[in-house]
Design a protein around this ligand. Structure first.
Ligand SMILES: [Zn+2]
Length: 267
């Protein structure tokens, strides 16, 4: 063998080889698994599993039980507690209106006309039209526009109102909406306030708030008073207030219920 051949052989034999992978034996793996299953770890995993199960059950429960009051009260985007009285004052309704409604209030008719198409196109406001549940009175100081959530609330009130009428053996009546979205100008005309006044903000500025008249109800094209029907509307609104679906106050001077939609975090 020549010197060259010897060197070449040497080179071949000294070539670094890859390190063999450490093979974990089946027995070792079983040992590691059994070591991790300590009572402490099992307890910890069980607690996590239990918490996850409760969260899933609660969320499904709220979706299935639309009349369950706690679901709406706890998930509301502004403070509210379940109650049966109609005594939600302006500041309390404003908290919901400002959180969920228009971010910039509309000053006057010119601003309304220049902005309304864009607000509707973006889905921020929707036009409210009479339907099988309600009519809209001739509006002198408001526009028939609301947020989609407030529109949904109107329909929910209508659906429940008709179900409650039927349960009492009464025929179908429609309620009347007497006010919806207001501009600062409209509000000033109504209250004689200064347009630049920072006090006395109305929840009607935000598209979240509307008034339902309680003195007249429509049936077969006629508008009429009926204390029994009025009591059913009141009962319907009380149920919805208890469920935290709305903030509401009775305005005797205007013969209406003034209310603001309550939005859930999940909505
Ligand atoms: Zn009002």
């Amino acid at each position: 063998m020549t010197t060259k051949q010897t060197q070449s052989k040497k080179t071949t034999t000294t070539k670094p080889t890859s390190k063999p992978r450490k093979k974990i034996s089946k027995k070792k793996l079983q040992e590691e698994v059994s070591n991790s299953l300590t009572p402490r770890n099992i307890l910890f995993a069980s607690i996590i599993g239990l918490i996850l199960a409760i969260v899933v059950i609660i969320s499904n429960h709220c979706e299935r039980n639309e009349t369950q009051s706690n679901c709406h009260c706890e998930n509301a985007t502004a403070p509210i507690q379940s109650k049966s009285k109609f005594k939600d004052v302006n500041s309390e309704q404003l908290a919901h209106a400002q959180t969920n409604g228009l971010k910039t209030v509309i000053k006057n008719q010119n601003q309304f006309e220049s902005q309304i198409d864009s607000l509707v196109e973006k889905g921020i406001l929707v036009k409210i039209k009479p339907n099988k549940y309600y009519n809209i009175r001739q509006l002198t100081h408001s526009y028939p526009y609301l947020t989609p959530e407030a529109r949904d609330l109107l329909n929910l009130i209508g659906k429940r109102f008709q179900a409650n009428l039927q349960a009492e053996g009464l025929p179908k009546y429609k309620f009347q909406i007497s006010s919806l979205l207001r501009t600062i100008e409209f509000q000033r005309q109504l209250t004689k306030q200064n347009v630049n006044a920072t006090f006395g903000l109305s929840a009607h500025y935000y598209g979240t708030t509307f008034d339902i008249a309680y003195d007249k109800y429509d049936r077969r094209g006629k508008s009429q008073q009926d204390p029994k029907v009025e009591a059913i509307l009141e009962k319907t609104l009380r149920e919805l207030r208890e469920e935290c679906r709305l903030m509401i106050i009775r305005e005797s001077s205007n013969k209406c219920f003034h209310m603001t939609v309550v939005k859930r975090i999940k909505d």
